[in-house]
Design a protein around this ligand. Sequence first.
Ligand code: AOF
Ligand code: ZN
Length: 347
Amino acid sequence: MQYEVYMKKCIELARLGEGNTSPNPLVGCVVLNKDGEIISNGYHKKYGENHAERDALLKLKNGEEEGGTLIVNLEPCSHFGKTPPCADLIIERKIKKVIIGMRDVNPIVSGNGIKKLENAGIEVIEGVLEDECKKLNEIFIKNHIQKKTFIALKTATTLDGKIATSSGSSKWITSENARAEVKKIRKRYDAILTSSSTVIADNPTMEHKTKIILDRTLKTDFENSNIYKNGKIYVFYSSAQTPPEIPGITFIPAPEVNNKLDLEYIFNKLYDLKIMSVLVESGGKLNGEVLKYVDKVYHFIAPKITGDNASRSCFDCRSISEISECENFKFEEIQIFQPDILLTYYK
Ligand code: AOF
Ligand code: ZN
């Protein structure tokens, strides 16, 4: 119980690294002296840089951590990677107790960090706010357990689930407030992914370091569309086509299934490209197809109703006759971005 507030602090610190640590996890750390007072904290800032524990401990120069407690949301590592093992530094600094949110899922560490600490006589308490810690590192966990890219999807709809009128009018369904939040959400993911239809209909810029466009027949304007103007670009196209040569764009052929690009192939390819997480931001057709693979949905809803059956739906890829055929999700959270809401749900 007493450690939960410190673990919450670790999670908060860890989040400061969002967008910069991939493929590594988000990790935060708090250090208490032997009287239980906070004397340091730290977090993993960037891939390749110091781990959270090292960041926190290296700030202490006078040995005031001796006999103290270290709290960290992920098991301290036991391996020589980009940096030496955190467990060794914890032992060296004579910490007495280590509180851990979750075991590391990385097989080179998993359990070995804890063993190392315990063998050195350190008391280890595991599983503090474990669910929250697992949620924090849901991308890292999926990457290691399933060897797959984490797939999130963002959509913004009216109350009746529409993303545009029948004529394609869609600007703007949600408020500036909600759209500012979208920019923050994008940062959590290694890449964003959209379709040629969205590029052609909306000509979005979609500020991001890595952008993936599915363009089966290579019909987008590669010279002039805003999306191609910055960032690292991957375009997936049907292997039946021949792509142009355009500096700055990597064209990747993919097989087709029923005249559509094979999404399973593409998502596996993303993992090979070391894209550990992706945010899909597209129209109803691609969104509908992605439903089968999606892990998490960010669904913004504006208090508007089109009332028009011909308006475009946010998930639109099939017809079913029975409710039992629906895809099922679990609600996670509702946040308010006045006048809109953000509903987050998981597969
Ligand atoms: C982090 N930050 O704060 C902790 C990590 O070879 P490296 O240095 O990149 O090590 C990456 C692994 O270290 C990572 O997969 C995870 O198992 C472990 N812990 N990693 O990036 C941290 N504590
Ligand atoms: Zn480490």
